[in-house]
Design a protein. Sequence first.
Length: 257
Amino acid sequence: MTDIITCPSGLTGRIRGMKVREERALADRKLARAGGQVDELLTACWEETVGPGPYDFGGAVIDWGKVLQGDRFYALLEIRTLTYGPDYAFSVPCQNDACRARIDWELDLGDLPVRPLSEESRAAFLAGNRFESALPESGAKVWFRLMTGEDERKVSRLRRSEGERLLSAMLALRLVEVEGVAAKDLRRFVEELSMRDADALLDELDRVDCGVETSIEVECPECALAQDVELPFERTFFMPGRGRTARRRGLSGSSPA
Ligand SMILES: [Zn+2]
């Protein structure tokens, strides 16, 4: 079974559902640590590029390292949906400290809002992936980039090495240039940012990006608290059968394997 999809940037291609052999890539811990699982899966299931959107792959096969994070994630959701259907069941802990119940939730992945790449962002991406902004407090003029597959790999390395400094490491990764600041001092510039400027920058990164909205609202069945959560990616995302088995046994369907 195949399907033709158009990603948020306009990148269009034919995908197929996952086969049993792709499970090996998903179960490969070494690949997971290196951040290569998603690339393996995208490469395997993307059969043909129909329209390259804003990318220039030099006429050759698609290079997922150059593709925007928003497109990659969209394609991944579509591959998952083509393989197992759109229903995704997971559970998250209630954020109410007095409750902490497990919230079992199920949603239709097709209902997640998708934001296309705007004309303005497409132009900035084509002009070398450089987006200009001015920070409200310091007035600093900065240029940043939208995340691509190559950046995602860097982030999975940072997750292991940076710990609580992850936020500044990730901001530094996306800053291309700051007016009047040498490249070697970018990291220090980020560390010294006021929270107001950092917030404004994160908002701007969000505003110009494309992709799938993964912040969703769930409601706790125990204490009725409505809360925003980031869609979790559990084993059941790519192997929903395991979730079904666990639920039949009356266990949580989401314990990480
Ligand atoms: Zn609760």
